[in-house]
Design a protein around this ligand. Structure first.
Ligand SMILES: *Cc1c(COP(=O)(O)O)cnc(C)c1O
Length: 373
């Protein structure tokens, strides 16, 4: 932890937090590398022509992803809304002025019910924000390809699909076939790949018209979202910055932060990074397995990012409390320790420790050990 960070905690009497729950918005999402912090700080001291920044970012993201063009927006949520605005209304001045007023017919965005996630708010609100209407295929628990196909009609303005580890209810819908079904009807496909910044090329290659990505998650830029894909749609999305996008705009420091984060990513030695991540996780699992009542193992990120998680199975009798009780106890500690809670009913705590420092890992392991019998 840097000295400046420490000062903020002291100066404003803030709690320090151990975040083992991944790129979680209520906890500040990510830790940016020094190169990003410096670039953002420099950006804040100066004026820029924002259109020029957007163009430079578009070129850099295009080079990184193989896409035709890209736009930076406030966040991925904004990216979803502006992408839909772009494919629904195009970017002409009249449409830009009019949104979000749209007639309640032929402005449907189809989304599989199983992809209706709540990542802080329900994703259907991103659709409604620009005046489009969510048309949910199937229900929250089930949507197979037949159900999706039945919901698609040539009048739909877009099909919104998720590639996300948040699809914890049912991940079985084949995205590639889903995209094909939409394209057969000339419906553009927008993929919300908020945490998929290492897989953008793959998602574009599989046929997505636009991929929306969060720049502050694993890419660890300052707060920003990316809209990536064909130039026609990206330009239309940018045009809406003079309309509903005003409240969703990317700032100078955000765009510079994206550029710096892409540079860091380009310089990353992936093999070396993977190796050190694997060792970190393996060491943690080995120590955790020595705690009575805990069985630890690793698990790959379920949405395909090359990130290993730690799963701690809590044997309530052997350990002395349930997984849920342990999670609550950890949050009550000083500093609070946050883990992922989506597997508590299966007696599992899931942890993402990739960005944590050694003393934080020790803190987690000791806190768990001290909580048991
Ligand atoms: C985090 C997330 C978002 C929102 O990303 P922001 O950049 O914070 O707006 C959208 N969709 C999914 C699936 C997410 O996980």
């Amino acid at each position: 932890m840097t000295r400046t960070t420490l000062d903020l905690y002291q100066k404003y009497r803030l709690q320090q937090v151990v975040n083992a729950s991944g790129t979680f918005t209520p906890l500040g999402v990510s830790r940016s590398p020094e190169q990003v912090c410096e670039a953002v700080s420099a950006a804040l001291r100066n004026y820029f022509i924002i259109d020029e920044l957007q163009q430079v970012a578009s070129d850099a993201i295009a080079e990184y992803s193989g896409a035709e063009a890209a736009a930076v927006t406030h966040c991925a949520a904004a990216g979803i809304t502006l992408s839909i605005a772009a494919v629904m209304a195009g970017g002409n001045a009249e449409a830009v002025n009019d949104l979000p007023h749209r007639p309640p017919s032929n402005n449907d965005v189809v989304i599989p019910g199983t992809h209706v996630v709540n990542y802080g708010h329900e994703i259907t609100q991103d659709i409604r924000l620009c005046g489009a209407y969510p048309r949910i295929a199937g229900d929250l628990e089930h949507c197979d390809l037949n159900t999706l196909e039945a919901a698609l009609s040539k009048d739909n303005i877009a099909c919104l699909l998720l590639v996300s580890s948040r699809l914890v209810r049912d991940q079985s819908l084949d995205i590639n076939i889903a995209m094909e079904l939409a394209h057969q009807r000339n419906i553009p496909v927008i993929i919300d790949g908020a945490a998929q910044d290492m897989r953008i090329t793959e998602l574009l290659d599989s046929g997505a018209d636009l991929v929306v990505c969060s720049a502050h998650k694993y890419l660890a830029a300052a707060t920003a979202g990316l809209i990536i894909g064909n130039k026609h749609h990206v330009d239309a999305a940018l045009a809406h910055n003079k309309g509903i996008g005003r409240a969703m705009k990317a700032t100078k420091e955000a765009i510079i932060g994206v550029l710096a984060a892409l540079e860091v990513r380009r310089q990353l030695n992936f093999e070396q990074w993977s190796e050190s991540q694997n060792k970190k996780v393996a060491d943690f699992v080995a120590v955790a397995n020595r705690i009575d009542g805990i069985t630890a193992r690793t698990q790959m990120d379920p949405a395909g990012m090359p990130i290993k998680r730690v799963v701690l199975e809590v044997n309530a009798i052997g350990f002395g409390m349930t997984a849920r009780q342990l999670s609550e106890k950890l949050v009550g500690m000083q500093p609070p320790i946050y883990v992922m809670n989506h597997e508590l009913d299966n007696s599992n705590l899931v942890l993402e420790i990739q960005t944590l420092e050694r003393h934080e890992l020790t803190q987690i392991l000791e806190s768990i050990r001290d909580s048991g019998r």
